[in-house]
Each structure stands twice: as structure tokens, then as C-alpha cells.
Design a protein around this ligand. Structure first.
Ligand SMILES: [Zn+2]
Length: 455
């Protein structure tokens, strides 16, 4: 079964997709404009025959309206009127990815075909969060089929980008109006909407095409119904299933009756018993529980589907795999300004987009003009990284250059750690320290401002 699926997978090479630029507003975490070296995470060696879990890199993006409303925020939940700081977009993203992994952990048997006795294979996909990003764009905030957020892709060559959009408002004239009813959904890049196809079409980003998905209803459900991350997990995993090469099981190829796998047969795509009403969905034997259907339990994959995904992740999609390991690797997402604009207090490192960093080592080094180390401060923190006030840990000198390195500590035996290095100065050399001065003969001159007004 698996072998036939492998032969069916379409991995032809297409011309390289354009590599989209990363917007400056999202570069703060990796600002190395003054740094001689950029140290990235360790690159794992991925065995082509990996038979363990494939840990797939994902980024989470929230698209807010231009005024910052309509989604989770960096510091609160974005609730209209009275936002709560008990949960923010970083927290929700971490919890969502954990919930998705909980869904991948489930291993139920297929309910179809009726009377199926196949022993299910363990799903071998797990997700590791690489970064969390926030964007303000009113035109892209409401989900729409065919929407294109690719200007915001980050590390598109190696990471699946997940865009959390708002559900379209019930009153298009009032963007703040909330939708009613069921609105969880999504769309995967690379997938067409034809239900009768002549060739596999969830064609898994042939060549170097990026993989990304748009998800709707996440925030709206949280605001309206206190919807929790586990209630969104199957929607996200369904879209990732598409990106990894799976089609809807109810889609058919003429004369065959299924698209991907004979053991994931076409069906009436019932949400649940008698939903919708009618003879197609009036008996439990007609109900699918497959992840790639629209069902109340998007939780099962057939043996062939597991093999197809595993095959792709061992081959043409290997670039998205962080590691082949039962342990999910940690991920660091660090941000801080390139300069304090002369200040030596209020120096914050923001690591809130990081993933499963239950402990980490932090090293702060003062450097001379040639990047030689003048002094070193090191500490180990036995907790998840958040916003860390560095000047509460060590004393900074004005007009000096510093290097900050964070390395996670593995939480289980074979887990990869992650390490990232940032550079900043306590001088006036950051782009945030300058504002346009008065225009003279049409020429705008930059001028220095005090740190207090630079923020
Ligand atoms: Zn789908």
C-alpha cells in the first residue's frame, strides 16, 4: 500500500519560486547589521529513511487590521474593549502547536471503509514552532479563499507558514462586527478546489515552492465562545495534511473513486450523523473520521496516507524537517533593538515566540570595536523564555557593543537544542535613534534625538 502511494507522489521539479524579502519590521529578532557572524540553529542531519517522527518547522503569523485590532496581539488577546493580558498571541501560538501535536499523537482506526479492521499506523508528523509574527493589514485580516499573504513569508524555503486571519465580519460595512455560527476553516497553498480531478493536485510544493496556509475563525471563536487551541488543532492539521501531499478523501479520480489512497475511500463527506440530513449521512457506517475530510473527528489517517506523508518528508519535502526524532526540537525566536540609543537601562530581550524552551543558558558579552570579548556574564534560567530585562542581570556600559547568546537545554534525551546570537549597542547607531530633520533645499537630513523621544 505504501509503495503504491510512493509511486503516485508527484515530486517533479519546477522553476524556483521567487524568494520574497523579509520586511524590516520582522527583522528585529535577527538584526545583525553590526555583527560579523550570524549563528543559526544547528542543522540536523535527516536520514532519508527516517522511521521516527518527522518534526516539521512552522511559523505562526497573526494578521491584524491596520489599527492592531481583529486578532491576538503581542501583549494581549485583542478582545474588543477590554483586552486581557492573561494570554497573548505568543502564548496562543505555543498552545496551538502543542494542541496540533496532541492531535498528531492520536492514533484511531479508520471508520471507513465500513467494517475496516486495519491496524492504524502511528502518524509520524509533529510540529515545532520557529517563530511568531504580527502584521497589520486590514485587507488581509479577514480570511478569503484565494487570499495571498505571501509577502509575509518567513524562511519559506524550510518552514511552513501558518497565517491566522480573522473570520469575515458579519457586517462588511463594520469591520469590528463579529461573525456568527461556524467559521473555523482554512485553505492550503497548492490546493485547487476541484472535487473531480485527473491527477493528484495537493502537489506538495514541487521544487522550491513555499508551503503556507491561511486559517480563519481562531480568534473569533476565542472571543465569542472561549474556543481553545485544541479546538483549532484539527483544522490546522488538515491544512498541513494538504501541504504534505494529501487530498480530501471525498475527491475522486474518474474511474477510480479515490484520489490518494484506496484505504481512504471517497465518501459523502458527512460532518456527523444526519449532518447534513439525508440518506447519505443517516448511518454510522457512512461516516468518515479521516483528517482529510470535513468531519466532527478529523483524527484518523489510513496506512497509505501515513506512508505518503512519510515518503514526502523523507524526500521532496525534507527541507521542512527539523529533525527525525521522537523528541520535538526546541525553537528560539529572539528580538531586541539593534541599539539602545545611548541608554543602559530598560534593555529587553523578547523571546516570547520561542518553543519548548524549558531551560536555557544566557550569555552577555561586551565587545570591543574588533569584536574581541571584554567581559562575559552567563546565567542559566530554568523556565520558558519570555521578556527578559537584561540590565536587571548585569550592568551595561554606555556607547558599547554587546553580544547576546541564548542556547536552549534539551528537555529529553535526543532533543536538538537551539542557539541564537544577537548583537546590539548602547550607542546612538541604531536606525531607531534617528528621525528626519528639517528639510533644506529638498534634502532631508537625519538628526539625533534623545532616547526618550526615540521610542
Ligand atoms: Zn481541505
Amino acid at each position: 500500500m505504501v509503495a503504491s502511494a510512493q509511486q503516485a507522489v508527484f515530486c517533479a521539479t519546477q522553476p524556483d519560486a521567487a524568494v520574497l524579502p523579509i520586511l524590516p519590521s520582522r527583522l528585529a529578532g535577527s538584526n545583525t547589521t553590526t555583527a560579523p557572524v550570524l549563528e543559526g540553529a544547528a542543522v540536523a542531519s535527516i536520514p532519508s529513511g527516517c522511521a521516527s517522527n518527522q518534526n516539521v518547522r512552522v511559523n505562526i503569523h497573526y494578521i491584524q487590521r491596520d489599527n492592531g485590532s481583529g486578532n491576538f496581539g503581542e501583549n494581549n488577546d485583542g478582545r474588543p474593549g477590554t483586552p486581557s493580558t492573561a494570554i497573548n498571541g505568543y502564548d496562543y501560538a505555543v498552545n496551538l502547536i502543542w494542541a496540533c501535536n496532541g492531535n498528531w499523537d492520536q492514533n484511531p482506526a479508520m471508520t471507513l471503509p465500513a467494517g475496516n479492521t486495519t491496524t492504524p499506523l502511528a502518524k509520524r508528523v509533529r510540529l515545532t514552532l520557529n517563530g511568531v509574527y504580527f502584521h497589520r493589514n486590514t485587507s488581509l485580516q479577514p480570511f478569503a479563499v484565494g487570499m495571498n499573504p505571501t509577502a509575509y513569508l518567513v524562511d519559506a524555503a524550510n518552514t511552513i507558514n501558518i497565517f491566522i486571519c480573522g473570520a469575515p465580519p458579519s457586517n462588511p460595512a463594520n469591520l469590528s462586527s463579529l461573525p456568527a455560527g461556524s467559521f473555523n476553516g482554512g485553505q492550503a497553498s497548492q490546493v485547487t478546489t476541484a472535487t473531480t480531478v485527473t491527477a493528484p493536485f495537493a502537489n506538495i510544493a514541487n521544487g522550491t515552492n513555499p508551503l503556507w496556509t491561511t486559517i480563519q475563525g481562531t480568534w473569533n471563536g476565542y472571543i465569542l465562545n472561549n474556543q481553545q487551541p485544541w479546538q483549532m488543532a484539527s483544522v490546522v492539521n488538515h491544512e498541513i495534511g494538504h501541504l504534505l501531499g494529501l487530498n480530501h478523501t471525498w475527491y475522486t479520480v474518474p474511474g477510480r473513486g479515490y484520489v490518494d489512497c484506496a484505504d481512504a475511500p471517497s465518501n459523502a463527506n458527512c460532518w456527523n450523523l444526519n449532518a447534513p440530513a439525508g440518506s447519505n449521512c443517516n448511518d454510522p457506517s457512512k461516516l468518515s473520521n479521516n483528517l482529510m475530510d470535513y468531519t466532527a473527528c478529523q483524527c484518523a489517517l489510513s496506512v497509505c496516507q501515513v506512508g505518503r506523508v512519510q515518503f514526502n518528508l523523507n524526500g521532496c519535502l525534507q527541507r521542512f524537517v527539523a529533525s527525525c526524532d521522537p523528541c520535538i526540537p526546541s525553537g528560539l525566536s529572539l528580538r531586541m533593538p539593534a541599539s539602545t540609543c545611548g541608554g543602559v537601562t530598560g534593555i529587553w530581550l523578547d523571546g516570547r515566540g520561542s518553543f519548548i524552551d524549558n531551560a536555557y543558558d544566557l550569555t552577555i558579552q561586551q565587545l570591543d570595536a574588533r569584536y574581541n570579548v571584554i567581559s562575559t556574564f552567563t546565567t542559566t534560567r530554568w523556565r520558558r523564555i519570555g521578556r527578559e530585562q537584561l540590565d536587571a542581570l548585569t550592568v551595561f556600559q554606555p556607547f558599547s557593543r554587546y553580544r547576546v547568546q541564548v542556547t536552549t537545554r534539551p528537555g529529553c534525551a535526543t532533543m536538538l537544542n537551539d542557539s541564537k546570537t544577537l548583537y546590539f549597542s548602547t550607542g546612538m547607531d541604531g536606525p531607531d535613534c534617528m528621525v528626519p530633520g528639517p528639510s533644506r533645499a529638498g534634502v532631508t537630513n537625519p538628526s539625533f534625538v534623545q532616547p526618550s523621544s526615540a521610542r
